[in-house]
Design a protein around this ligand. Sequence first.
Ligand code: T4K
Length: 408
Amino acid sequence: MTEERPRRLAILGGRPAFPEPLVVGRPALGDRRALLRAIDRALGRRWLSNSGPAVRALEGRLASHLGVAHVVAVSSGTQALQLAARALDLSGEVILPSFTYVASAHALAWLGLRPVFCDVLPRAHTIDPARVGPLVTARTSAILGVHLWGTPCDTRGLERVAARHSLRLLFDAAHAFGCSHQGRMIGAFGNAETFSFHATKHFTTVEGGAVATDDGDVAARVRAFRRFGIDGRGQVSGPGTNATMSEICAEIGLAGLGRLGIIESGNRRRHQLYATRLAGLRGVRVLAFQENERQNCQFAVLETTQKAALTRDELLAALMADGVAARDYFAPGCHRLPPYRGRRHAALPVTERLSQTVLCLPTGPAVGLHEVRTVCDIIRSALGQADAVRLAVRARAGGTPSTTARGS
Ligand code: T4K
């Protein structure tokens, strides 16, 4: 019997395993005909925006899915954050993690609020409640927790800090639609939670987002802000913007709701496969999720440690050469991005380390299990030929030695 020869890594001169890049975040649109029918329904009604029947139906379905009193659909996750922040009357400084997508910080800064960056927990990657207290000043109005990768924040710890300092508690749940925490769906924690339904998300309306809250006043304010400050009586009651979700987006969302269970279980299989195939590899670990909670497993997160034969960036270069468009989310931390860099920040050692060691691998319904296996083979093979890979990466980069730390 002839033994199959292992593929030669593209970084070492082989042919790319994926001539078409295998990306992170390929939209999961499902049955195209069902989608077109949904869009056709909206077109047929000739009611295309301004809280039409599809938006109202979507809000109702989402509220019962999340077990929360109010869901207000808006045009993006960023708008959801901004409208929630205004509805909660946030002012001055807001404490949030630096290790998040820049939208979390920008949404606040765009409103004239000052993001104050806090470090995260080393295993969960969510804001560390023990580090929030020392950042509170007389100007602090709120904490913004981010359920990064769908991993719930330590909500109890944050509730305690918020209560101690009389702060509002808001959650950016952009990654966490369909995830549960302490037996409840994410969406009902804090004063309000915000979701993103962007094309790359677990649940998508192409562009879109929502504010979820049990507070009727907050929901009413978000509704008014979403549409020029027009209140429930149809009167302009104050300032507002236009952050309306279109009927077409809402129909796409309604069409996708029924498939979420299938997407979730497929993602779980892909996640388990990554975890199994990469288990025992020195210096890399796949971020685990809590087994007894709902998890959308939208992200497959790999972390390199100091024991890994390659740095995260070297491994990423090897993957990219083979057509695996993994992402170094979220590097650098927000505190190192304009306009926040150059300001004084607390020490953020965990954020600094994670932004050099975390890698998001392709997953989602567009990624087959055989593709996951190939990605794992590339990682295994690259680590097994670390010296040659490192030399090849340096040669590609023009001989510059990699300066990236290997983590701890
Ligand atoms: N808070 C957090 C914690 C967030 O992560 C985000 C957004 C927000 C708030 C704000 O929510 P939104 O206002 O966006 O609703 C992408 C998304 O654009 C962004 O929504 C998301 N987080 C972030 C984590 O990922 P980029 O800069 O990585 O986008 P891009 O264009 O590089 O696409 C990502 C991957 O998806 C690529 O591998 C290509 C693939 N892709 C992308 C699009 C748009 C596709 O295959 N098809 C597509 O249509 O930000």
